[in-house]
Structures are given as structure tokens and as C-alpha cells.
Design a protein around this ligand. Structure first.
Ligand code: ASP
Length: 325
């Protein structure tokens, strides 16, 4: 529907001096907002701010991160789905773009039809971490402890549709048990409560847990990547301890559907510049991740990942029978 509206607008504006490609050629002429659908200080926010800074330099305009947390990322995504498609409101989201259509049976937007993909950004492993004085010391002990104590354990997540909720769901499914889940607007504030000891446990991206693990502020059990990480070499993988839980949280940049192709191309170029930037690459490495390749920082690669991940997670979520509504 939005596409039809913008097509119609394009026809109407075709004879006007600032219409269509002339507008796109000048783009951007004012600051761009990138909506992060989680609270500030969390892992998606961290990725967004690193990338936005270099994109600002490349585009010659401020790229401002706006945090719109709530409902597992669906509030912020929904906001961008209905935003003007003039290139000045974008969305930086993660794997939740692909889980929400199954988790929410009445999702008010369509992740495929309502957005123009710009490119993939990075895939971040997750870590199982708990408050410092949580009783179990190893992943084997954690598994036994969770099985024995179930709902007496508090598990933080960033809402249904978030990566932490997905990881927790897979973890509980693997153990065939339930914990008490506590939703936040993002895992930044959840981490504050883990450090403060108000919450027991979370599974979250290394972009939010690395410095706390390194500083000994939380107890870490495992990383969900197939190999150990260079920045956390002592942390075993889930597979090493016999837990079948492998997950990488991929991030992508989107514009609202119907955004001019020349604008999407300009954004794609700026994204590629950001992902090749030395500071971004080294900061990503410190946080346990790497930027995607040039071929993956493209609309085609993001579109392909999004649709295949929607299919993948549909099966998993339907089998688990977990829904937000
Ligand atoms: N890591 C969070 C999640 O669980 C979101 C965030 O705050 O970036 O999806």
C-alpha cells in the first residue's frame, strides 16, 4: 500500500524541480535518524552508535541514534515502518526482525514488505552470564541448577521478540524447564540489574557482556558461537559442554518501503565505508565480533537473510509454542 502511495506521489511530483532523482542526488541535506528499537547502552545501541559515527562523516550529515525500546523491538520497528520514506528515518534492528512475525500473530507491520533493506552489519555471538554470586560456576552446574530451581530463577530479557528472549527460550526448551522471565526495554538496563544482583541470569550479545565479563562484574558460563572467541579465550562454547545452543545475532539496516533507490544506494555506500573503518573493525573485535563482508553489506544479502531467517525461526517458534499475543 505504501509503495502504491509513493508511486502515485512520484507521478504527481515528476514535473517539479525537487522531485525524484534531483532530490536523491542532493541527499542527505539534513540529519538522519536511525531508530534502535531497544534502550540506550545495550548491544544493538552499541553497534548502531559505532556505525552511525562513521556514516555521519561519510554522508556529511549527522546520523543520530534514537532509542525506541519496548515490545521486544516491535515498537521501534513499527514506528519506522510507517515513517516517511524520504531517507531521513532508518531502522537498525537485529534477528528480532525475523522472529517477530511468528512470535506476534498480530504484528502491525510486515518486515519484508514495509522496509527497503540497506545491508547486513554484523553477527554477534551471545553469552550466558549471571550475577557474580550466582551459585553455579560452570555451564554443567548451571544446567543442573536451572533444572532443580526452575521458576525460582529470574531470567532477564529485552521483551518478546528480542534476542535475549529467543536465547532464553531455546535454553529453557533444551533443558525442558521454565525460569521466571523479567522483560526490559533493552538488555542495557537488564545488565545493570544483573550487576546489581537483582536479577539472576541473562543470555546476551558479547557487545553488551564483554567488558563486564573481563572486569569480573558478572559470572560467565559459555559463548554461543561454534568456536571460542579471541576476546574471551577462557570462555568455553556451549557445544563444548554438550549444550545444543548456537546462535548469532545478525544486525541489519533498513529504510521504509518505497525509499528512492538512489538513496538506498547512498546509504549502502556509507554503511560499507563504516564497516571498513579501522576504529569500527577494532572496536567490533574487542566486543567479540567482525563486520560483514562487502558482499553482505548489501540490500540483496539482507533481503535474503531476512526471508530465510523468518522461515527458520517460524519452525522453531511454532514448535516451542511461545507467542507474545
Ligand atoms: N540484546 C537485546 C536483545 O536481547 C537488545 C538490546 O538491548 O540491544 O535483543
Amino acid at each position: 500500500m505504501k509503495k502504491l502511495v509513493s508511486l502515485a506521489a512520484g507521478v504527481l511530483l515528476a514535473g517539479l524541480p525537487f522531485a525524484g532523482s534531483a532530490f536523491a542526488q542532493d541527499y542527505p541535506t539534513k540529519p538522519i535518524t536511525v531508530v534502535v528499537p531497544f534502550a540506550a547502552g545495550g548491544p544493538t545501541d552499541t553497534v548502531a552508535r559505532l556505525v552511525a559515527e562513521v556514516m555521519s562523516q561519510d554522508l556529511g550529515q549527522q546520523v543520530v541514534v534514537q532509542n525506541v525500546g519496548g515490545a521486544g523491538g516491535t515498537l521501534g520497528a513499527g514506528q519506522v515502518a510507517t515513517a516517511s520514506n524520504d531517507g531521513y528515518t532508518l531502522l537498525l534492528h537485529h534477528i528480532g526482525m525475523s522472529t517477530a512475525p511468528t512470535l506476534y500473530r498480530s504484528l502491525p507491520y510486515d518486515p519484508t514488505a514495509d522496509f527497503e533493506p540497506v545491508g547486513l552489519i554484523t553477527a554477534v555471538p551471545m553469552t550466558l552470564v549471571a550475577k557474580k554470586d550466582f551459585e553455579p560456576n560452570t555451564l554443567e552446574e548451571l544446567v543442573a541448577y536451572v533444572k532443580a530451581n526452575g521458576e525460582n530463577i529470574t531470567y532477564a530479557h529485552a521483551g518478546i521478540g528480542s534476542a535475549s528472549q529467543l536465547c532464553g527460550m531455546l535454553f529453557m526448551d533444551a533443558l525442558d524447564t521454565q525460569m521466571t522471565t523479567v522483560p526490559y526495554q533493552g538488555s542495557g538496563p537488564a545488565m545493570t540489574d544483573i550487576i546489581g544482583g537483582q536479577i539472576d541470569f541473562i543470555c546476551d550479545q558479547t557487545t553488551n557482556t564483554t567488558s563486564q565479563i573481563q572486569a569480573g562484574e558478572v559470572k560467565a558460563y559459555a559463548v554461543t558461537s561454534p568456536e571460542r572467541l579471541g576476546n574471551l579465550p577462557d570462555l568455553p562454547t556451549t557445544a563444548e559442554s554438550g549444550l545444543e545452543l548456537e546462535i548469532g545475532v545478525w544486525h541489519g539496516l533498513y529504510a521504509p518501503a518505497g525509499t528512492d533507490a538512489a538513496i538506498v544506494e547512498r546509504l549502502e555506500a556509507a554503511l560499507k565505508t563504516a564497516l571498513a573503518n579501522e576504529t569500527v573493525v577494532s572496536r567490533f573485535a574487542e566486543l567479540g565480533t567482525v563486520p560483514v563482508s562487502e558482499e553482505e553489506a548489501t540490500p540483496e544479502a539482507l533481503a535474503e537473510t531476512l526471508s530465510s531467517q523468518i522461515e527458520l525461526w517460524r519452525g522453531v517458534i511454532e514448535e516451542a509454542g511461545v507467542y507474545a499475543d
